[in-house]
Write a protein that binds this ligand. Structure first.
Ligand SMILES: C[S@@+](CC[C@H](N)C(=O)[O-])C[C@H]1O[C@@H](n2cnc3c(N)ncnc32)[C@H](O)[C@@H]1O
Length: 393
């Protein structure tokens, strides 16, 4: 890429509230932590570094490489300053570019107008220099420029991801109320599971949790399944380096797990979809699927994590019917899961109370706009009591 050796600030977006998981991932890849906010984490690196970030991050949505930062009070000022950026160093004049934005400024009410101003500034610069300009439109599959404009502060980024990184490429069949892959990964990270016990996932739906668990257990890079990232469309994209990174990632990935992953659902369609999704992800051989009521899930002797994501009445299922299901989860934990740590991910605090066990930890998440909790239950072996009085979320 044009300035592949130039270090710049990189803002990495994530689903609301999982920035702490993202921050530790970024640090364990050896990148510095510059700042952390509810919507993402800032680090720094070169454009080439964005390939590693796109390949390895499990909880990120987009990797944005900062090109220019300035103040602008009006759309005209935005246009003038955007036109000064050397876009031709990054974007092919014969290519395709789209502009996206996050805008919160008093001067304009419609962010599409800001996008248009940026796009015009880029196109006019190309016309002046080459008598030709890249095509432009709404597709985010080639070069993407992202504008952040808050009050008078503007930042122009190259979006090196395009489609959010949650779109790993394996979930061909989503079923009802699927968890986003990035969120599923953050939930598993919060449980501490990394192939250090069995992973049991009743109510698996399209299999997102079980598939993400398998990928975490294998240390398989989540980006390895995807065949398009926006950095591939930038001028100077180092294809050989990308192939080398991919090769290294597949060599680093383990071939097998030490423990079992079991995924079940009452719906045969869901299990079928989950199995196909797992096959696409290349982890089908590591997950034992079966069709059954969650209560009948075979929990092997030993220890590990039992994680359920029941419907919570927002998008599927009726609250009254679900009350019985939640009470049943409490019984299932008590009767069948001793020695394990139980987890329920839900966005409905009243239903969660029906589980009837005291939760040891409550971790806040957001599923889109819905505030959710991951509730942790310690399910002791032997005589220690697990059925303590009810507690709220
Ligand atoms: C919210 S969805 C799970 C979504 C899943 N985490 C995903 O990412 O696709 C809840 C699932 O619970 C299943 N389910 C509902 N009642 C059940 C029961 N009694 N036993 C087993 N599965 C059940 C539904 O078929 C549905 O697939």
């Amino acid at each position: 890429m044009a300035s592949e050796m130039e270090k710049n600030r990189i803002f990495i977006t994530c689903p609301k509230g999982i920035q702490t998981s993202l921050a530790s991932e970024i640090q364990s890849l050896g990148f510095p932590l510059l700042s952390e906010s509810f919507s993402g984490v800032e680090t720094e690196g070169t454009l080439d570094d964005t390939m590693r970030l796109n390949l390895y991050l499990r909880t990120a949505h987009r990797v944005l490489y900062l090109l220019s930062e300035f103040t602008a009070k009006t759309p005209d000022e935005l246009y003038a300053k955007t036109a000064k950026v050397p876009w031709e160093d990054y974007i092919y004049e014969t290519g395709y570019v789209s502009v996206t934005s996050t805008v919160d400024t008093q001067t304009i009410t419609d962010s599409r107008f800001a996008n248009l101003k940026c796009k015009d500034a880029i196109a006019d610069r190309f016309m002046k220099k080459f008598g030709h300009r890249p095509d432009s439109g709404a597709e985010r599959d080639q070069a993407v420029v992202h504008l952040y404009w808050k009050d008078e502060e503007c930042r122009l980024y190259i979006d090196t991801s395009g489609d959010p990184l949650s779109k790993r490429g394996y979930r061909k069949i989503p079923m009802a109320a699927p968890l986003q892959e990035t969120l599923a990964s953050a939930i598993i990270t919060a449980t501490g599971w990394h192939d250090n016990g069995n992973f049991i996932n009743p109510m698996c739906g399209s299999g997102t949790l079980a598939i993400e668990a398998a990928m975490i257990g294998l240390e398989k890079a989540p980006g390895i399944l995807r065949n398009n990232f926006c950095f591939m469309h930038l001028r100077g994209f180092d294809k050989a380096l990308w192939e080398k990174l991919r090769m290294e990632a597949s060599q680093l990935s383990k071939k097998n797990l030490q423990n079992r992953i079991i995924a079940t659902d009452i719906s045969s369609k869901a299990v079928d979809a989950a199995r196909k999704n797992a096959m696409t992800a290349g982890v089908e051989h590591l997950i034992e699927f079966s069709i059954c009521d969650f209560k009948d899930t075979a929990v092997p002797e030993g220890s590990g994590t039992v994680l359920l994501n029941p419907g919570y009445g927002e998008r599927m299922g009726e609250i009254d019917q679900l009350a019985g299901t939640y009470a049943g989860i409490g019984d299932f934990f008590k009767q069948r899961c001793r020695g394990y740590t139980g987890y329920v991910f839900t966005g409905n605090p009243s239903l969660a109370k029906k589980i009837g066990l005291r939760s040891k930890r409550k971790i806040q998440f957001f599923n889109g706009t819905i505030e959710c909790r991951l509730l942790e239950y310690e399910l002791y072996e032997g005589t220690r009591k697990i059925n303590k009085p009810q507690s709220a979320l």
